[in-house]
Ligand binder design. Structure first.
Ligand SMILES: CC(C)(COP(=O)(O)OP(=O)(O)OC[C@H]1O[C@@H](n2cnc3c(N)ncnc32)[C@H](O)[C@@H]1OP(=O)(O)O)[C@@H](O)C(=O)NCCC(=O)NCCS
Length: 421
């Protein structure tokens, strides 16, 4: 009998997964390298008591669980489990795990549940609150969810305190919804909405909630609250890195955006100055990450951090995004653009779980079209007048790449010969 389709090889993940950090605590995708720590987390008596953990878990069975459940959760986007890392005796060590699971994404947002299990080394240090805060930033900022739920067994006061310290508000107590020592017990459900987290007009409650239940300083949480620091993942293939834009990138960004090809083929503001760059770095890109609408990365050398240019995902419709790219002349023809877009496509498909990427270019931007072709994009249409070229209709090429498509050229190149650089 033929092997069931379920057993087909899982597509290779090409990005290392988001790495979120506040400078003290790091969250990164839980991988097989953390098998021993995952087993230790499960064997911990408090996690067995309150979180239904498996006290017999070994590093071997943890490795299987990571492959079968954690990797699948990341692949299908339904359950995203992170390792919580802290410096212990000067070395980075896994001190727990947090997750957003039961992720339900809708056209306008969605919801998920939060999970946390810490090791003794991660308790009583504020690590758990820092990890939850990073997780909330990711869930509300990057994933664009509307609501997070927190489930705890009635009587699990440390879990309740942590939830409330992080702004979650008790919504219900439900008979039989919790479990303790392998038995059923009443459960609490706490909820935190994006509005509360972001502190919009209806969200003034988060800081109030935080203040009324705990000394905010105790958890290392800011008392001002409600100002979401967007969390920009750092992605690297060892050669280039995609990271958040920084003030130090401004001078090169101005050069990139005043280059004649950039002016010709993109919609960058004309007469780009350092004021434009400062506004782009300090306001436009953080806002894009906060809203989840435009996710802009700096492209830089992984070795020297030299700034090359920018790539972005414009997430206008559910499940799809359009790619934007603008590289400095010093980085063109070096392969950096291709590497950057490969990382970006991996992030879009494997981390954001998008179904399609689109690529729009003003005709005849052959450099752009060829780069898309190298990545496996296929031409869908040439739309007459489909490009708003600063108020004048230009023709537009639209190319597409689906999540399962090979990321290699899908047809012979029929455009002009390469440039001699
Ligand atoms: C588009 C862009 C990101 C491509 O980056 P890059 O580093 O030049 O990309 P690559 O070198 O990997 O690939 C470009 C290919 O197009 C070819 N090419 C570029 N311009 C060309 C032209 N006018 N005619 C024919 N081929 C051209 C290059 O020779 C290269 O092919 P090769 O690898 O076979 O030599 C970069 O040129 C850029 O930032 N341009 C300005 C902004 C822009 O146009 N952005 C895209 C908007 S849709």
């Amino acid at each position: 009998m033929a092997a069931p389709a379920m057993e087909a090889a899982r597509p290779e993940i090409t990005t290392p997964g988001p790495r979120l950090s506040d400078g003290a605590t790091v969250l990164r995708r839980f991988s097989a390298a953390g098998a021993a720590a995952y087993a230790a987390i499960h064997r911990d008596p408090l996690n067995v008591q309150w979180a239904g953990s498996d006290p017999s878990m070994t590093a071997e069975s943890a490795a299987v669980a990571i492959r079968d459940h954690i990797d699948t959760g990341w692949d299908d986007g339904r359950s995203l489990r992170f390792a919580v890392e802290e410096l212990v005796d000067g070395n980075a060590a896994v001190v727990g795990t947090v997750s957003v699971h039961d992720v339900l994404r809708t056209a306008s947002g969605g919801s998920a549940s939060v999970g946390i299990k810490m090791l003794p080394a991660g308790r009583g240090q504020g690590s758990a609150a820092r990890a939850i805060r990073l997780l909330c930033g990711y869930a509300f900022g990057t994933l664009g969810l509307d609501a997070l739920h927190w489930r705890a067994t009635v009587g699990n006061l440390p879990s309740r305190r942590l939830a409330e310290r992080c702004g979650f508000v008790l919504a219900a107590e439900i008979p039989g919804y919790g479990h303790v020592d392998g038995g059923i017990a009443a459960g609490w459900v706490f909820v935190l909405t994006a509005a509360q987290w972001l502190g919009g007009p209806s969200g003034a409650g988060r800081s109030d909630a935080g203040r009324s239940h705990a000394d905010p300083g105790e958890a290392g949480l800011p008392v001002r609250g409600l100002e979401l620091e967007p969390v920009v993942p750092r992605l690297s293939d060892g050669s280039v890195v995609l990271r958040a834009l920084a003030d130090r990138d401004a001078p090169q960004l101005v050069e990139n955006c005043t280059d004649p090809d950039a002016v010709r083929w993109t919609t960058v503001p004309l007469g780009y100055t350092s004021a434009h760059a400062a506004h782009f770095i300090g306001t436009i890109t953080p806002d894009g990450w906060r809203s989840g609408k435009v996710l802009t990365f700096a492209v830089a050398s992984a070795e020297s951090d030299e700034f090359y240019g920018t790539v972005d995902l414009q997430c206008n419709d559910p499940g799809t995004a359009s790619i934007g790219i603008l590289m400095g002349t010093h980085a063109r023809g070096t392969g950096a653009a291709e590497q950057a877009v490969r990382l970006l496509a991996g992030y879009a498909f494997d981390q954001l779980n998008l179904g399609y990427l689109h690529w729009h270019a003003l005709v005849p931007n052959w450099g752009s079209r060829k780069l898309a072709w190298k990545l496996g994009f296929r031409l869908e249409a040439e739309v007459r007048g489909g490009y708003n070229d600063r108020g004048t209709p230009g023709d537009r090429w639209t190319l597409s790449l689906a999540a399962g498509d090979p990321r290699t050229p899908q047809e012979p190149w029929t455009g002009p010969d390469p440039l001699t650089r």
